[in-house]
Design a protein around this ligand. Sequence first.
Ligand code: ZN
Length: 445
Amino acid sequence: MEIEIIAVGGYDEVGRNMTAVRCGKDIVIFDMGLRLDQLMIHEDAEVDEMHSLDLIKIRAIPDDTVLQKVEGAVKAIVCSHGHLDHIGAIPKLAHRYKAPIISTPYATELIRQQIEGEKKFGVANRLVPLRAGQKFTISPTLVLEFVRTQHSIIDTVTPVLHTPHGAVVYACDFKFDRTPVIGEPPDFARMRQIGKEGVLALIVESTYIHRPGRCPSERIARDLVRDVITSFEDDKNGIVVSTFSSHISRLKTIAECAHEIGRKPVFLGRSMEKYSVTAEQMKFVSFPKTASVYGNRKTVDRMMRQMMKEGKDKFLPIVTGHQGEPGSTLTRIALGETPFQIAKGDKVIFSANIIPNPMNVGSRYALTHRLKFAGARVFEDLHVSGHAYREDHYEFLQILNPQHIIPAHADITMTAAYAEFAGELGYTANSTVHPVKNGSRVRVH
Ligand SMILES: [Zn+2]
């Protein structure tokens, strides 16, 4: 049986991830993601109503037309977690394939909501929730297994495709967090077993291969956030925290710190509502009883008026907009467009890094400048990453010992850096480690 890996998207950029694995005549697709910064450049784009080919043209979704030349039928679409750069293109592309969409329960629910919001296409693919530790038979020769891992969103797995010639492991995205805030550490025992059974190919994120050491645990971020939020004596000023709305562990930490200092945690913004309510309903998390959530702009503004009336020191708003995204709650606060007004001495805490592209760097600079100008004290980078660093990658290769490696989830500078790193461990570029571009095909058997 021939086995090849087809790099569809996410190999020339960070975002719009999509990889296909062909085993004989069966094709399995891993992820169908969106590239968000491309959409920000094309600000007038109404994504819900746009056609796939137009979105491909602006490089916002993967160019899956390369699959037209691949002989075989797509048997399954598999998503490793619920981040938009992994599931965001499903409403635009999945209907072209007569295949179920298999993902973890939380990601499946997010995918269901995505499909519901789609206005252009009817997506009728069957949604199959699969838990970490479970298996799913795709065809007489292919079995999919979900292995538990950790990342910056709950319910993330490393999908493993068992083929007659060994396992194909899709490790996008992951971190080796042994002391996570929500959920269990990665299932190292099972990974070691899979490594012993034989790994034909590892498709692996290479985003932070250049960062030395290992990625700090989410426990460290919890300490950083707690250290700041709980450290103000008799403070009557406002405290606003901005973080990733999909980062449920972080939201839990922030809400608990707010509760600890006697302020009511208030999640503000549509995406805050979407991710936190879904996670709580599915019992992945329980926020303090004093927590509340307001999604649409009208209710957000009404809640802000209440905060101004009752006193900012009674509440702790948790908002979107840490990258300075236009229209987000924090951007609106900074522009003075909300009932919540920044006053001298108010604290604004960023529990997020700057996502390193020029657009974000510029908007974030403008945002913090405006906040400071209004008198805010700004705390930056109370954050740890959700992605593996160099020594995590080293550990992973020791565990899996794959025959072939395909570095993914990055542009060529990062995938080439991964290839160099693998070279130090005995792999050979273009023979056993393959830094590829979107549209490339690699035969591994
Ligand atoms: Zn991710």
